[in-house]
Design a protein around this ligand. Structure first.
Ligand code: ADP
Ligand code: MG
Length: 729
């Protein structure tokens, strides 16, 4: 990259016009889910008995026999061909980032020398992708060499381009999960089972409880040409160097500001495509940082919501390129401005339409409300370290604990009203609870105003905040698969609800009235989970000290936080809830540590190259220009006068030497630190070494690079600068 190229690139980016987006003639309600094999399409394309069987499979988890699968595949094929599909793929979520697919043509020999379109139930239900290149943390070598993908009928198939995409789980032949979807489905099953039993204490007619997820995806857009001139962005997704722009987000003028035209065209295009794929996009706006935006659909059942988020990230990357942008999903692409998260709005709801985390109108509804709130808090309290482990990554680590994002301590904010309700309940004693007569129940539960939803005081520093009818898990990273957080949260809540139900049952068996028993257990738990409840400023130093006193997990080192998966409490909980075996937990942790190491390793390599091949040569060239100037000055002025005239340049020459020397010496140290770390055999210890020795050096060396950026002639500087990356669109 030469300096002229940099200016050309930035200049060209400035001149770009919005890309025309063909607006569909129909309304969104008409083209919504156009490319999804929804129930109404199943109804149309499947024989009546097959349709009925599929409904049983989707709603009740009934097993799918091959004969039914064949019939479903036939109908699916007719539908897919009518939309131009020629290929199918099993679409799955391996433990690396993103999704994976393997495409097969829909053709078979017809036996008469030609081919015909064929798609069988077997192809629909199961495939064997070459699994050996996906990380398995040693699982496959322990158990079995091959893995296979299996259709998840709970998530509808869809068409992208010419391909019918089939959402699948990805497991080894012995049933060990090699992906995110398989354990997510188990966690959702566990929470359904536990929450249904508890919900039935209030509403006996409940048969099923769903977990809801509404994610809010934050992202940055950078002009594609400028992106191409930043090797660090291309290779690592973030800028490893770059001085602050004089103006960044101080004015807060971007947040909710007018959406720039090119970006608006991108958003419109993205939304149309997402709606056609059945993703119920609803909200879009600018975010706090320049060139940062957010997109949020309406919440959905968690399994489908996770698939939709993975699909959305794929679409965002694709559509951005069409509009001459690159979409950055990294949690912290730019130092000094806000990073990106993915708030996970989460709640439970019954098949009868009750939102279990929302207050109701009757005292009974409110007892139910308090029960689900308190048992969620119990789960978060008991497993706060694990929940943090579910959201940490090498990339999210740059955001956690920084000033805009949730701190590296999990706590829960409830707001004034809910806090008062819980305090009141805790203080009342059994005798105050008037259980007048046998039939008419009077519980001393304070009225809970319906205003709660709009009225909850917002505390942006809380990683797990109650927001009126749901909890908002805000620590999830923008690039992450939400499933990781959703597995831990739903499984932990399933455990809390199971324990709750057991304790209530023990009391009722001993003769206590059901509702009195519920209140008694709720009251105990309000006291027990108090340490997780925090209304204050999550970034303050006092909170860190206070949290330590409360016994909350305050570890900030990513490789060490990952240990929480192997705590006895986690292993027991995942085992009891039938989500992960201990072998799976070990294997998955190996992958997490390995991934952490690889990320930092790649950053360190790119960073070293940039320093040695871009920064130091340019700084030296500029220094030579200055030296030349000093020489020339001394040839026309007498020595003393020349000294004073050249004073500024002499000082710059000196500064450039100091920074350059620091950089080259420490890049050598960085390379050595990597070499030492690479020799460590244990994945965990290697990740710790990368965290403790390599990662901090990137920061300390960067300081000097960024100083050089301020000194060196702008015309020579090879990399697009922050002001160019953040404000051009
Ligand atoms: P914010 O004010 O945090 O931006 P929004 O009103 O935009 O919140 O909603 C954020 C997300 O939360 C959306 O996806 C929305 O559908 C979802 N949401 C709303 N209510 C619930 C709920 N009860 N359970 C789960 N998600 C919900
Ligand atoms: Mg939100």
């Amino acid at each position: 990259m030469s300096a002229t190229l940099r200016f050309n690139v930035v200049g060209a980016a400035f001149k770009k016009q919005p890309v025309e987006v063909a607006t569909p003639k129909e309304r969104p309600s008409e083209f919504f889910a156009k490319y999804v094999f929804t129930r109404d399409k199943m109804y149309k394309y499947l024989p009546a008995d097959i349709y009925a069987k599929m409904v049983d499979v989707m709603d009740n988890g009934a097993t799918l026999d091959l004969q039914t699968a064949d019939a479903v595949a036939e109908g699916m094929k007719q539908w897919a061909i009518s939309l131009g599909a020629t290929h199918i793929t099993h679409w799955f979520q391996p433990l690396t980032e993103g999704t994976a697919e393997k495409h097969d043509g829909l053709i078979e020999y017809d036996g008469k020398g030609g081919v015909l379109e064929e798609f069988t139930g077997k192809q629909l239900v199961q495939q064997e992708p070459d699994a050996s290149s996906f990380p398995s943390g040693g699982i496959r070598s322990i158990f079995e060499a091959r893995g296979y993908s299996a259709w998840d009928p709970a998530s509808p198939v869809f068409i992208i381009g010419d391909t019918l995409m089939i959402p699948t789980i990805f497991i080894s032949y012995t049933g060990v999960a090699l992906d995110y979807k398989a354990p997510l489905k188990k966690a959702l099953h566990a929470v359904d089972k536990a929450a249904t039993s508890v919900a039935q204490l209030f509403y006996p007619e409940v048969k099923k409880v769903m977990s809801n997820l509404g994610w809010e995806q934050e992202y940055f857009l950078v002009d594609e040409d400028i992106y191409a001139a930043r090797p660090d962005l291309i290779m690592t997704g973030r800028t490893l160097m770059g001085h602050d722009s004089a103006k960044n987000q101080q004015m807060d003028d971007h947040y909710f500001g007018a959406i720039p035209e090119r970006v608006a065209a991108f958003m419109r295009d993205l939304e149309i495509q997402a709606l056609e794929l059945g993703i119920p996009c609803k909200t879009r706006h600018n975010e706090v940082a320049p060139n940062q935006f957010e997109l949020a659909p309406i919440y959905e059942e968690t399994n489908v919501a996770v698939d939709h988020n993975m699909l959305m990230m794929m679409l965002m990357r694709k559509v951005a390129r069409k509009h001459g942008f690159r979409c950055l999903l990294h949690e912290k692409p730019f130092a000094g401005v806000n990073g990106s998260g993915k708030h996970n709005n989460w709640s439970l709801a019954t098949d009868t339409g009750v939102l279990l985390h929302a207050p109701g109108k009757t005292p009974l509804d409110n007892l139910r409300f308090v029960t689900f709130i308190v048992e969620t808090l119990m789960a978060v309290w008991r497993h706060n370290g694990l929940l943090k482990a579910s959201i940490v990554s090498a990339t999210n680590a740059h955001r956690l604990g920084a000033n805009e994002a949730p701190p590296a301590i999990i706590s829960s904010f409830l707001g004034k009203q809910l806090t008062e309700v819980l305090e009141h309940l805790e203080k009342t004693t059994d005798s105050e609870i008037a259980l007048s007569g046998k039939k008419e129940l009077h519980l001393d539960i304070p009225q809970i105003p319906e205003l709660l939803i709009d009225n909850t005081d917002r505390n942006r520093t809380s990683p797990f905040a109650f927001t009126g009818n749901r909890f908002e898990f805000r620590a999830v990273g923008s690039e992450a698969n939400c499933a990781s957080a959703m597995i831990a949260l739903n499984a932990a809540v399933a455990e809390a609800l199971t324990d709750f139900h057991d304790r209530v049952s023990a009391l009722t068996l001993a003769g206590t009235d059901t509702h009195a028993a519920i209140l008694k257990v709720v009251r105990e738990d309000i006291r027990a989970c108090k340490p997780i409840h925090f209304e204050g400023n999550g970034y303050s130093d006092e909170w860190r000290e206070e949290a330590t006193r409360r016994g909350l997990d305050t570890e900030a080192s990513c490789p060490l936080v990952i240990d929480r998966y192997l705590d006895k409490s986690s292993v027991d909980m995942f085992g009891r809830m039938n989500v992960f075996s201990i072998d799976e937990l070990h294997a998955r942790n190996e992958i997490k540590w390995e991934t952490y190491t690889k990320k930092v390793q790649i950053e360190a390599r790119i960073f070293g190259d940039l320093c040695l091949n871009h920064i130091i040569p340019v700084a030296t060239r500029y220094q030579s220009v200055l030296i030349d100037n000093v020489h020339k000055l001394s040839s026309i002025f007498p020595p003393e006068q020349a000294q004073s005239i050249a004073a500024n340049n002499l000082s710059l020459i000196q500064q450039i030497s100091e920074h350059s020397n620091y950089i080259s010496a420490h890049v050598a140290e960085l390379i050595e630190a990597r070499r030492v770390a690479n020799r460590i055999a244990s994945e965990r210890d290697k990740a710790i070494a990368y965290h403790d020795t390599v990662a901090p050096m990137l920061e300390s060396i960067r300081y000097h690079v960024d100083k050089l950026e301020l000194i060196v002639d702008d015309e020579m500087w090879p990399l697009p600068k922050y002001r160019e990356m953040l404000f051009v669109r």
